[in-house]
Design a protein around this ligand. Sequence first.
Ligand SMILES: Nc1ncnc2c1ncn2[C@@H]1O[C@H](COP(=O)(O)OP(=O)(O)OP(=O)(O)O)[C@@H](O)[C@H]1O
Ligand SMILES: [Mg+2]
Length: 356
Amino acid sequence: MLADRVAVLTPAPAARIGQIWQVDVARPRDREGVNADATYQRLRKEIVDYLGALNEQSGSVGESTVALPNVTPLDLAPPPQAYRDAARSAVDKRYLEFFRLDKVYPTPKGPLKVVEDFNLLMDRGEFISLIGHSGCGKSTVLSMAAGLNAISGGGIVLDNREITAAGPDKAVVFQAPSLMPWLTARENVALGVERVYPHAAKAERADIIDYYLDRVGLGDATDKMAAEMSNGMRQRVGIARAFALSPRLLLLDEPFGMLDSLTRWDLQDVLVETWNRTKVTAIMVTHDVDEAILLADRVVMMTNGPRATIGKILTVDLPRPRNRKELLEHPQFYQYRQEVLHFLAEYDHGPATKAA
Ligand SMILES: Nc1ncnc2c1ncn2[C@@H]1O[C@H](COP(=O)(O)OP(=O)(O)OP(=O)(O)O)[C@@H](O)[C@H]1O
Ligand SMILES: [Mg+2]
């Protein structure tokens, strides 16, 4: 968006300048304006395709030869069939409910209501992206759903149970993965798996661990210590660990925020792929508009704080399974992108001006 020319470096080792693009887009440029520009769209697609092709040689999404055993996490053992039949439709539809959720933080100047009257209903198996300006309260909402942050008003109900405490049924992936540095990839994932599958056979637990490490492309690095890994690899372990828990709810707080964009794409692909297979109910906080649309069934946009709430919800009606390349060719994609960019631009001038 900023440059006159874009030069792409090929991957190391022996990196060199690959293709160069001339950016013939009129100046001054702004995010919303260029979004609708045909040249911009074409360049974006060409560069993404080129980078994607370079990247494919390294291979990002892992295949797995391990078959997943048929075991259910301890606290997810199903209720009796009759109960399930009676409850199914209702629970699938209102699987997760945020009901008039408030969050008040104490500050030196007195209590501050950061989030106010946040209401959202999610279906089982839905993927929601949560986007909004820095400091609006995205992490606050997510950490309340994780049971890690006290709720000041209203409530959150997950699968018919009110969320009151953290637990492995609500898996969280943060920007910086919280791994035990002295443990290997396998041992880090095993910590969680042992907790939710204590009733499974040892071999079944091993299969679960191997399956997800394969899926995130770490099949060859299962015995590497976390301390010896790159950030991208650590985040892969974090994702494998979260999925291996078969959680009721997967919460991701800017999971790729620390990574460069190529690694980011790799991991987005890993996430898309793994999610396609599990369809776990998920909420992901992100600042990246493309990422928000690529992954989500709905993009939830938050107003600025204090007293932040949901400003707009965009339903992403694009076919699944999705991949980045096809998405960039989809006529609807830039329309969605425009809607999110426009919302963000509207709230770009601080909380007071437009939030009312
Ligand atoms: N423990 C706390 N005590 C007091 N204020 C807090 C606390 N945690 C967060 N806040 C404030 O609440 C607001 C929302 O913070 P939060 O981290 O949820 O925002 P965010 O949308 O995740 O921002 P970012 O995009 O930068 O991660 C901010 O103004 C922040 O300063
Ligand atoms: Mg945050």
